[in-house]
Design a protein around this ligand. Structure first.
Ligand code: PEP
Length: 243
């Protein structure tokens, strides 16, 4: 299966800057060997999707509601994402878990709704630094997998993507070594194989950049979720080239 390189713009480039960036990205990434996706702010989805229409780059959101419509102030539904032009949505990013009350339960609800509506969820899991130092990494990851996917059918697992993002490596410049990332992704894959007899694509995220991407992507990992380095065309292009 082709690797997936997904950019996470976070709360950057939500207006005209997004459109300009998408124009440059389309020119820079013509025929990638991997799948390429950019997860952009909600307000930028229509412009970026329209610029990237006909290119090999897909557009995603950074969250999706578990509800169809109604009294959910501030939420964006899967139908709205379709309308805006998104095909994917990040679910349960550690910044949302840490700052906006996202839990395994809400991650599960959002993931189920995205699948029901044909939006591909990229479900994020990962341990904090104190959990890693305390030897709790595997326990934490297993409990996040159970919390997010308990009761899922094989057909549902086949339509989602998982991103392993150690919280201590996100936006910190500190990357997991290829060995750490590869071993942890292998553990996650093993858990999923035991749960479902199948493992979906597992990405690594956490300070992946132009210099460390090749090594990380060679460690048995199916792609990358890239924050900071996805905001620079040259860096993002280099990561895509490494995949
Ligand atoms: C992320 O936001 O998912 C991420 C991995 O960020 P960064 O690449 O900046 O660490």
């Amino acid at each position: 299966m082709k690797k997936l390189i997904a950019g996470n713009w976070k709360m950057n480039m939500g207006g005209a800057d997004a459109k300009d960036f998408a124009v440059s990205l389309k020119q820079a990434v013509i025929d990638p060997a991997c799948e390429v996706l950019v997860c952009v702010p909600f307000t930028a989805i229509p412009d970026v999707a329209s610029v990237l229409n006909g290119s090999k780059i897909s557009v995603g959101a950074q969250n999706v509601s578990w509800a169809d419509s109604g009294a959910f102030t501030g939420e964006i539904s899967a139908d709205m994402l379709h309308y805006a032009g998104a095909t994917h949505a990040i679910v349960g990013h550690s910044e949302r878990r840490a700052m906006f009350g996202e839990t395994d339960e809400t991650v599960k609800k959002r993931t189920l709704k995205a699948l029901e509506k044909g939006i591909t969820p990229i479900v994020c899991i990962g341990e904090t630094l104190s959990q890693r130092k305390g030897g709790l990494t595997e326990k934490v990851l297993k409990s996040q997998l159970d919390g997010a996917f308990d009761g899922f059918a094989l057909q549902q697992m086949q339509r989602l993507v998982i991103a392993y993002e150690p919280v201590w490596a996100i936006g910190t410049g500190e990357t997991a070594t290829a060995q750490q990332a590869g071993d942890t992704v292998a553990f996650i894959r093993d858990c999923l194989n035991k749960m479902f007899g199948y493992s979906p694509r597992i990405l690594y995220g956490g300070s992946m950049n132009a210099s460390n991407a090749a090594e990380l992507l060679n460690a048995g990992i199916d792609g990358g979720l890239i924050g900071g380095a996805s905001l620079k065309i040259a860096d993002f292009k280099a990561i895509i080239g490494a995949a």
